[in-house]
Design a protein around this ligand. Structure first.
Ligand code: FE
Length: 196
């Protein structure tokens, strides 16, 4: 992935300001606000840098400009009834720059919703309307066997934590810190420089 100015962080910053400022499918906040709120919640909860980064970047798979080359499809497709696999496309894109402590909670954050619907009474009832809609498209609540497989994943706990911040990060009244607030944290997590 080569970016205009050569760095993944500049590309991400541009996406938060540009494509991310668009509506977040049926929610009251934009995609960028949603992801920034998730990161702020992670930070407030005392999460480590990698999990804060995962919260910040968990929905990059919705950015069509970023994932088109990997076969990702934008969220409008998801809302129209086709799973765009945004967790996988986002995690795969992030894996160019970040290690598994960042990418795997991102990859599992949709599975975590399906998991929590299966194991936690009352969780389903707290989902937003849009999230209920996408749950159906994403496969519905896990079976007990699927939940057992999920629990065995070393990043399951992080994914569940991320999922809870994800659900909360839809408050139109909040003004979370901007992308730039996380720049130093993200730089410290980069595993490689993108090719020019
Ligand atoms: Fe999200």
């Amino acid at each position: 992935m080569t970016t205009v100015d050569g760095t993944a962080l500049d590309l991400l910053s541009d996406l938060f300001a540009g494509e991310g400022a668009a509506e977040y499918f049926g929610e009251e906040v934009t995609q960028a606000e949603h992801m920034l709120q998730a990161a702020a919640l992670a930070e407030a909860a005392g999460a480590g840098p990698a999990l804060i980064a995962a919260a910040l970047l968990h929905d990059v798979g919705h950015f069509g400009a970023l994932t088109a080359a990997q076969g990702g499809r934008d969220g409008d497709v998801l809302m129209a009834g086709t799973d765009n696999r945004h967790s996988d496309t986002g995690a795969d894109w992030l894996a160019q720059y970040f290690g598994p402590a960042v990418t795997e909670p991102v990859r599992l954050h949709v599975a975590a919703k399906r998991y929590l619907c299966a194991v936690e009474a009352g969780y389903f009832g707290r989902l937003s309307e849009a999230s209920v809609h996408t749950l159906r498209v994403q496969g519905g609540p896990m079976t007990p066997a699927q939940a057992a497989v999920f629990e065995a994943d070393p990043y399951a706990d992080d994914a569940v934590a991320l999922r809870r911040w994800d659900e909360q990060a839809k408050d139109p009244q909040l003004t979370p810190p901007p992308f730039a607030h996380y720049r130093t944290l993200l730089t410290g997590l980069l595993t490689a420089r993108p090719a020019r």
